[in-house]
Design a protein around this ligand. Structure first.
Ligand SMILES: NC(=O)c1ccc[n+]([C@@H]2O[C@H](COP(=O)([O-])OP(=O)(O)OC[C@H]3O[C@@H](n4cnc5c(N)ncnc54)[C@H](OP(=O)(O)O)[C@@H]3O)[C@@H](O)[C@H]2O)c1
Length: 397
């Protein structure tokens, strides 16, 4: 598959679905209305030893779960089948699903049984030998200026001393920039400085403008922290400013890794953004941006990697991908796609250890610590993760 085919396959599966449901948003709302989507992930949504069969369906499932969160009184289901199920049987079963059991969202048909997805608490360690990370290990990290990514990179660097290729949109940070330095020690003082500096130019300064500047500095600070952590651990950091939507730039970065090392030990795909808005209010361009950075970025990376030996991939997904979330039909679709692509490695890339982490919100740092999200999480009773416990979970995975 090339990037054009990948994009077209996802346009047909999930972009058209989102356009349709945006148009039907007021219609498919409440009792006696339904959205039933259907996939061929293998009948168990990829949560079995076989792994996801037709993994692009993950985007459809992710979308559907979030639609349910936005329209809780409608019957909304993602129904999964095996690859060999006949169309007429599927049609009959889908009609049946519209008529019963409105409480279950993820349904699958496999082995003559009707399944749903449950949760069980298990240790992350699976009993298999873990990876040994050493100073010879090569890491490629996207979203490297992300706050939680920087924390994980620092932890990986400390425990390996390896070589890191750090990719992000953000330009290479200047270690001598006094604002970046001040960000870590006196954020309120920095806010004041920025306010005064902008005011001195004669413009009308709003808190939102100051927060935008702070957000940029947060990125630069996170990128610099990651670089310095790698260097402090005796490793090598290559910082590459690249847009994940630019497949040529991604390929160029991977070609550099190929030429320098001939393999990648860990590919950590964490680049992304989220713009929480109900589907009704979300324009197609916004939807595409949120979805494409994760989805096309992933494709561009794996396409460029090709048959280069790849020890492990870690996709940074979210509880929004696992359970759906109101206002995140795009983000949830992209994250669930990454999970199902990872599950698909069981058959398509058995030599690569595929890991997808559905992070809950991190405390104090990262995208879920911004704006009203912490208050919403607290109200919903959702546990948040401390940096230390998140790093521990990551290491165990
Ligand atoms: N923080 C959490 O609690 C949490 C919870 C669940 C899942 N996650 C996932 O974990 C990952 C990292 O989260 P975070 O909180 O560290 O996020 P973050 O601070 O917002 O960082 C994400 C990074 O990705 C970059 N990025 C965005 N668009 C890009 C593009 N087109 N090309 C290259 N880079 C791009 C962003 O750059 P710009 O800012 O310049 O756009 C940013 O530096 C995300 O994938 C997120 O979905 C995080």
């Amino acid at each position: 598959m090339d990037l054009v085919a990948w994009r077209e396959a996802l346009r047909v599966r999930v972009k058209l679905l989102s356009t349709t449901m945006r148009a039907l948003y007021e219609t498919v709302d409440g009792p006696s209305t339904f959205l039933v989507s259907s996939t061929r992930l293998g009948g168990k949504h990829g949560y079995d030893a076989a792994g996801a069969a037709a993994p692009l369906g993950g985007a459809v499932t992710g979308f559907t779960k979030s639609y349910k969160r936005e329209r809780p009184d409608s019957l909304v289901k993602a129904v999964d089948f095996t690859l060999d199920r006949q169309a007429d049987e599927i049609a009959t079963l889908l009609v049946g699903e519209t008529l019963a059991d409105p409480g279950a969202v993820e349904i699958g048909y496999n082995d003559g049984l009707r399944w749903t997805v449950g949760l069980a608490e298990r240790p992350a360690a699976d009993g298999l030998a873990g990876m040994q990370l050493t100073k010879d290990s090569v890491f490629v990290v996207t979203g490297a200026a992300g706050s939680i990514v920087s924390a994980i990179t620092a932890d990986l660097a400390e425990h390996s001393g390896g070589t890191f290729y750090l990719l992000d949109l953000v330009p290479r940070p200047d270690p001598n920039d006094p604002d970046i330095r001040k960000f870590s020690v006196d954020r309120d003082g920095l806010r004041h400085d920025i306010f005064e500096r902008r005011k001195a130019t004669g413009e009308r300064v709003t808190p939102a403008m100051v927060e935008r500047d702070i957000a940029g500095l947060e990125r630069a600070h996170a990128a610099l922290t990651a670089i310095e952590a790698v260097e402090k651990a005796g490793g090598v950091a290559h910082y590459i400013s690249a847009n994940l939507l630019d497949a040529d730039a991604v390929a160029e970065a991977i070609d550099t890794v190929r030429a320098n090392h001939g393999h990648i030990d860990v590919l950590l795909h964490a680049g992304g953004l989220e713009i929480s808005k109900r589907l009704r209010d979300k324009g197609a361009a916004e939807y595409d941006l949120v979805f494409d950075v994760k989805s096309d970025g992933w494709f561009a990376l794996l396409h460029a990697i090709g048959d280069l030996p790849l020890g492990a991939t870690v996709a940074f997904s979210s509880i929004a991908g696992r359970f759906g979330n109101a206002g995140q039909t795009d983000y949830s679709a992209a994250n669930d796609l990454l999970c199902k692509m990872t599950s698909n490695f069981r058959t398509t890339r058995p030599a690569t250890r595929g890991i997808a982490i559905d992070w809950t919100a991190w405390d104090k740092i990262g995208m879920a610590s911004r704006g009203s999200i912490p208050a919403i999480m607290a109200k919903a009773g959702i546990d948040i993760s401390t940096r230390a416990s998140a790093c521990r979970s990551f290491a165990t995975s």
